[in-house]
Structure formats: C-alpha cells, structure tokens
Ligand binder design. Structure first.
Ligand code: AMP
Ligand code: MG
Ligand code: MG
Length: 273
C-alpha cells in the first residue's frame, strides 16, 4: 500500500472510487477529491442537458399523440421493442489463467423499449459439465452453491427455456437487444460456452449493447477507462442493491442504470456498440 494511503485511509477510499469511475488515481488527497467532485458534477450537468432536450421532444410527441398515452408519449422511443439485460456468472478460480469458464447462472431482466418498465425476469442456474464441482472461491464470489448447479439444467436446455420465455412475452428476436455490463458476457462467456456445449450460437447473441460504452458515450467522456458497475451507479447517485456477483442482482442493478439512462433520453441503438 502506498505511504499516503497508510497515513490517510481516506486516500485509499478516494482512489477506489476514482478507479471505479475509470479515472486517474494519481495525486494527493486534495487533487483526488477535486477530481471526484468534478466527475460527479460533469455527469449531473450533462444529465440536466439531456433531460431538457428530451422534454423538448416530449412536448412535440405530446402534441401529436395527445389523448392516447400521455405518460408513454413523454418518453423518448427506443429503437427496439425489448431489451434483455443480462449478466452471467461462470465457474472460476482465484487464478483464472487457462481456466475454461462455464456459465452457471443465466439471468435476464426483460425491459420494454416503449415504457422502460420491467416486464418479467428469467433466471436459471446452469449445470457445468467440463468441471462440475464448483471451487469454494466461486461459491464465495457468486453465492451459487453446488446443490443449485447439480439440480440445474445444462446450457442448451437453459437456452430452450429462455426461448420459451421470449415467446411467452411475444419477443421477436430481431426486435430485441441484449444489454450487458461490458463485452465479456456474450463475447466471451456465451461464445465459449456454445463451443463447450457443441451447439451453434443462437443468432440473437450475434449482437449486444455494452452499457459501459453507451454510458461513456452518453456523458461524452473521452479517453481513459470506462466506469464499472459501481462507478456508473455512483455517478448516477444510486447504490448497488443486493449481493455483488449474484447474477440476478447484478442484472437488476445494470437494468436500473439502463432505465435511468433511457429516462434521461439516451437511445439504446446498435450504432452505439
Ligand atoms: P461478474 O458479472 O462481475 O459477477 O463476473 C462474472 C464472472 O466473472 C464471475 O461469475 C466469475 O466467473 C468471473 N469473475 C468475476 N470477478 C472475479 C474475480 N475477482 N476472480 C475470479 N473470477 C471472477
Ligand atoms: Mg458481469
Ligand atoms: Mg455478475
């Protein structure tokens, strides 16, 4: 630990907060405090700007759709009918080098692109096949127990259940996009899992929207690292609810950020990928 963090524990806290926002952690306590204050202010200022922009378009859409659905008409229409917010958990060890991560939790929060409301949730644990025994580290990290995965369906079976869920809510695959916190869930975990399960990757996983990228773009932050889940929540003055690394709790918190951005006028379009 650097000397200044030992002398002043607040410095360590400030550095953790800045790191989660993707900002530099260099400098002394005064500099760190100022950097954090400015980051939060920038986010709030641009939120105010986008909110006033979106209320302008709300006035226009109210004029043309005045009597039908006034509450819905105030919102900026999203280009997709549905969003599947998605955050998988996978088998892991403390040292993941060379480890084949298998999906063990498959949680989805289904959000309506018109009202931004949560329509339903889908959640299944998934039974790993290559390494069926979870490490203690993995159970401690994710809260997922051996019993939960032992009695769960395999990945291809979970995909079938997920597809039935989509049909039940009349979700057309082409009118839906996944929203994930970073690229790892679909680009890495799902793609590799399809190889391990020896199945063709379903087309609905061909594309996804990375919330970290969308967040950075919406707030016009240039360069540097992107804010992580806790960083984005903190910039929006929200807190993580539930248990970190529980797939369903992570998913609900990601959905909270996505919906908050939608309400501020952020458009969740493919072009933002
Ligand atoms: P998350 O969505 O952040 O909960 O992470 C998804 C998956 O990444 C977890 O289920 C683990 O397999 C892996 N993972 C996340 N954080 C760690 C960590 N600190 N050490 C090892 N694996 C991790
Ligand atoms: Mg995640
Ligand atoms: Mg997670």
């Amino acid at each position: 630990m650097p000397d200044d963090e030992l002398r002043n524990p607040q410095v360590a806290e400030l550095r953790i907060a800045l790191e989660s926002l993707g900002l530099s952690t260099k400098g002394q306590v005064k500099v760190l405090k100022e950097r954090l204050r400015k980051a939060k202010k920038r986010t709030q200022d641009s939120a105010v700007e986008t909110e006033s922009n979106s209320s302008e378009s709300a006035i226009e859409s109210n004029a043309s759709e005045a009597t039908e659905e006034p509450v819905v008409a105030r919102k900026v229409q999203q280009p997709f009918d549905f969003y599947c917010v998605f955050d998988v958990e996978a088998t892991c060890r403390e040292d993941n080098v060379g480890w084949k991560h298998e999906v063990i939790e498959f949680p989805v929060v289904l959000v309506c692109g018109r009202t931004f409301e949560t329509i339903a949730e889908f959640r299944s644990f998934v039974r790993p096949v290559l390494n069926p025994v979870l490490s203690d580290f993995c159970t401690q990290l994710t809260g997922i127990t051996q019993d939960q995965v032992d009695s769960a369906p395999t990945f291809p079976e979970v995909l079938k259940l997920f597809e039935s869920f989509l049909s039940r809510y009349k979700v057309k695959h082409g009118r839906m996009r996944f929203i994930t916190d970073g690229p790892w869930d679909i680009r890495d975990f799902v793609r590799n899992q399809c190889v391990y399960s020896d199945i063709r990757r379903p087309a609905y996983f061909d594309t996804y929207l990375d919330l970290r990228r969308i967040f950075t773009k919406f707030y016009g932050r240039k360069g540097g690292k992107r804010a992580n889940l806790n960083g984005m929540l903190s910039l929006l003055n929200m807190e993580f609810e539930g248990r970190q690394h529980s797939g369903i709790d992570d998913t609900r918190n990601i959905a909270k950020i996505a919906v908050c951005l939608m309400e501020k006028g952020c458009v969740f379009d493919s072009t933002l990928r």
